[in-house]
Design a protein around this ligand. Structure first.
Ligand SMILES: Nc1nc2c(ncn2[C@@H]2O[C@H](COP(=O)(O)OP(=O)(O)OP(=O)(O)O)[C@@H](O)[C@H]2O)c(=O)[nH]1
Ligand SMILES: [Mg+2]
Length: 361
């Protein structure tokens, strides 16, 4: 009989760095000679993270329109499909950044029903230290979102404190001490997925067969979970531009994101993660903005699409219809500066379906 495949689940709030860490882990395991594949998860069907992961030549399957626990059967189909096609030794799975109840909703049924094919690694929950501080100070986050954030941390076997490259040694010590005091029974792994710091210690632990489950886990309050999930509006959009002159997509996107920041603030929409991918004759790029600090621009080697086009997903606390209205007006305005007209090939905004307790679909 074949060895069971190691299934590594990377949880954590929106923008905490799950996709970046998944790619860093895949690189680390490739260096050790393992074949890896990925399962991604999105409320929409635009597949932003899937494209990012496939661009690194990693085989990926995507579960859309619902979280991994609610789509458990689809998750198993996806894992089995990978198993039968690319035969990975390790599958790295990224649930949506609002997913809760991963130990009971995903890891337990995997062990119970498919233990001969898959062996689960300890649950990692990525933490953005700046979000942690924001949630702890509590002046921006409303209760239900803070509940979701903290409950995600309570579920973790390993709390992976990411983005340590953005902290001084003193700040890192303070954040780690705070997290250790709040969640004393989870393993703590500081990393920088960007720089690769801490990957060895975390990556090895994920392969360790002798790991201990965090005994601190408490039951999920589904009412608060549902409130949090539906309070975070979701938007995805694919847009192109009609223009007589040559378009400067980078300048247009820069203007669009800057204006969105102001407009979202005006309507009280609090950004958790805006992800943008663009492709033009002048090059391809991704822009991430987590609502903390400045948007981050990443140059991408491979054009995601040939024409001047943008893919945008937004997760922000606020009314999705208002968010969509503002989004549309913003891109009309910044396109007009270049005498261009946006063509919204698709634009959808909604409150994600409430997670359903104990229901497998
Ligand atoms: N400075 C720094 N930034 C990071 C690091 N890891 C991720 N980021 C940035 O954090 C932002 C969010 O990263 P993602 O990997 O997309 O986060 P995610 O958790 O997958 O986000 P969702 O899929 O929306 O939930 C991006 O701007 C990343 O470049 C890190 O180690 N250091
Ligand atoms: Mg992601």
């Amino acid at each position: 009989m074949n060895e069971p495949i190691r299934l590594i689940v990377l949880g954590g709030f929106l923008g905490s760095g799950k996709t970046t860490s998944l790619l860093a882990l895949a690189r680390y395991y490739a260096g050790l000679g393992y074949r890896t594949a990925a399962i991604t998860n999105d409320h929409g069907s635009i597949g932003f993270d899937t494209q990012t992961i496939r661009a690194q030549a990693i085989e990926a399957r995507e579960i859309s329109e619902g979280c991994l626990c609610c789509r458990f059967r689809d998750f198993l189909y996806a894992a089995d499909d990978l198993l039968n096609s690319t035969k990975p030794e390790i599958i790295l799975a990224e649930p949506v950044g609002t997913c809760l109840n991963l130990p009971r909703g995903l890891l337990l049924p995997i062990s119970r029903y498919t233990g001969e094919r898959y062996t689960t690694a300890p649950l990692s929950v990525l933490v953005d230290p700046h979000r942690y501080r924001e949630m702890k100070n509590g002046n921006r986050a409303e209760d239900c979102v803070r509940y979701l954030f903290e409950q995600q941390l309570r579920e973790a076997d390993i709390l992976v404190v990411n983005k340590c490259d953005t902290l001084s040694d003193k700040e890192q010590d303070e954040v780690l001490a705070g997290i250790r005091a709040d969640f004393p029974l989870a393993q703590l792994k500081p990393i920088s997925a960007f720089r690769g710091d801490g990957m060895e210690s975390w990556g090895r632990y994920l392969l360790d067969e002798t790991w201990q489950e965090n005994p601190q886990r408490s039951a999920v309050d589904y009412d608060r979970y549902i409130d949090a999930e539906s309070s975070l509006g979701y938007l995805d959009c694919e847009l192109a531009f009609r223009s007589e002159d040559e378009l400067d997509l980078i300048a247009l996107t820069r203007g669009g994101i800057a204006l969105l920041k102001d407009r979202f603030e005006e309507i009280g929409a609090r950004v958790a993660h805006v992800k943008t991918a663009g492709s033009s004759g002048r090059g391809s790029f991704r822009v991430h903005w987590t609502g903390l600090g400045e948007p981050e621009w990443i140059a991408v080697e491979k054009a995601l699409e040939s024409a001047d086009c943008l893919t945008v997903t937004v997760r922000a606390k606020g009314d999705p219809d208002r968010i969509a209205e503002v989004f549309r007006a913003t891109f009309q305005e910044v396109a007009a500066v270049q005498r261009a007209e946006p063509i919204f090939r698709s634009l959808r905004a909604f409150r994600p379906r409430p997670p359903r307790e104990g229901k497998m679909r």
